[in-house]
Design a protein around this ligand. Sequence first.
Ligand SMILES: [Cu+2]
Length: 119
Amino acid sequence: MSRFWLGVVSLLALSGPVLAHSSLVRSEPKDGASLQTAPNEIRMWFTGPIKAGLSSIEVRDAAGKQIDQRDLRADKKEPALVRLSLPPNLGPGAYKVIWSAVAQDLHVAKGSFSFRIAP
Ligand SMILES: [Cu+2]
């Protein structure tokens, strides 16, 4: 690649902070959390806005059954926060959250984390 094109490419790379991709900052419940009371939703904060319609978060119980309410959405005030409802009175046990988040630039970040509800 010529020096000229290298320059163009670096300029393009630097010009898009608005379209930056997003990575996970933290979640509630936290990875590895052991909870005394059942949470009523999953919340995940990213470094930038998430396209909730293209993203997915699934919560599975120890048997692998999907138990969330399938209502993933971005928070109305905080576009970098996505929320997913859990059924009321979730029972004790181990739960796994498997997620894939699409940023404004359409880059995808993926991961999983677990939490448990104490008996
Ligand atoms: Cu990106």
